[in-house]
Design a binder for this molecule. Structure first.
Ligand SMILES: *[C@@H]1O[C@H](CO)[C@@H](O)[C@H](O)[C@H]1NC(C)=O
Ligand SMILES: *[C@@H]1O[C@H](CO)[C@@H](O)[C@H](O)[C@H]1NC(C)=O
Length: 303
């Protein structure tokens, strides 16, 4: 009869003695985690307590990378109730209440990245330490970079090719290459972390070709291209007076030749003369059209 009572008394004493020394202890099973944007992630937070869970209180906060000095509450468990940050309401939840403080975040976004703190209190246990930290990085592949050009697209001119990538975690590395005739990488000027340009000086047929900007991080590579093409006439640098002069001479001699032929024909028969003259006039017009094509023509396009 008396022994069950004594047993209860004994256990109560043992528990009380243990509680005097006991403290709630939080352990993070990971100190940092990486997740690809859009995936789910479990943020682990374990604790051990000697008390029952009637006064258990858990608070998760996030100090985002974008504003580390202003932490926000993510999710709270208090008096048996779960309270979520409105911006995360359908993406975050506890997974093991009341025995663990683990939370799951679904459909992760880059803005979810930062330092998470898990704080657990379970009075009358003292907390030692009642808080744990973990760093969450949300990775994102580079977005499609935007290639642009600016400058003088004339012979001997200077063109600036720039490339801007808007997204990507970790920050994508930007590279510029000329792809043909052989692939060469070009010295790049960074303008901030997400934009890089190359300067092409002394534009000529040598600098024409396909240029590629690539944005690369651990999750992949995205490219944009600029095609810079210079089409020259056979003699690009000859003084402008000479070429038309030569062509004019050729035209003149063909006129003289035709006249000679005409005279010869007229000598033989007067009736065929008009037909011959018409054909000769056509030749002259073709020659003059060719002179019109001599200035170099330049073309550029985006792919
Ligand atoms: C997150 O996703 C898991 C698995 O799909 C699901 O069981 C859980 O309910 C989701 N959590 C929230 C808060 O929607
Ligand atoms: C520009 O290119 C032309 C032809 O390729 C070359 O003759 C000239 O020296 C170059 N000028 C400069 C400043 O590099």
């Amino acid at each position: 009869m008396a022994s069950p009572v004594r047993w209860i008394l004994w256990t109560t004493c043992v528990c009380f003695a243990a509680r005097q020394k006991a403290a709630l202890r939080v352990t993070m099973r990971e100190s940092s985690l990486e997740v690809v944007r859009g995936d789910s992630v479990l943020l682990p937070c374990s604790f051990f307590t000697y008390s029952d869970f009637s006064r258990l209180n858990i608070i998760w906060t996030l100090a985002p990378f974008s504003s580390p000095d202003t932490p926000v509450q993510v999710i709270v468990y208090d008096h048996g109730q779960v309270i979520k940050n409105p911006s995360l309401i359908d993406r975050v939840d506890f997974t093991g209440l009341p025995f663990s403080a683990d939370i799951m975040i679904n459909d992760t976004r880059v803005s979810d990245g930062g330092i998470y703190r898990c704080m657990v209190n379970n009075p009358p246990d003292t907390a030692d330490p009642g808080v744990g930290e973990l760093l969450l990085s949300v990775l994102e592949p580079p977005s499609l970079p935007v290639c642009e050009w600016d400058g003088a697209i004339d012979m001997g001119g200077s063109v600036k090719l720039s490339c801007l990538v808007e997204q990507g975690v970790p920050t994508p590395e930007i590279r510029w290459e000329k792809l043909n005739p052989e692939e060469i990488s070009l010295p790049i000027n960074m303008e901030g972390e997400l934009s890089g340009s190359v300067q092409i000086v002394n534009v000529s047929s040598q600098t024409s070709g396909l240029y590629r900007c690539s944005a690369t991080n651990v999750l992949g590579t995205e490219n944009c291209y600029v095609n810079l093409a210079v089409y020259n006439s056979e003699a690009p640098d000859s003084p402008s007076g000479i070429l038309p002069g030569v062509l004019l001479t050729l035209v003149m001699s063909s006129v003289l030749l035709a006249l000679l032929v005409l005279i010869l024909w007229l000598h033989r028969t007067g009736q065929d003369g008009r037909r011959t003259r018409r054909g000769r006039k056509g030749e002259e017009e073709q020659c003059y059209n060719e002179i019109g094509y001599t200035p170099s023509l330049m073309k550029r396009s985006f792919v």
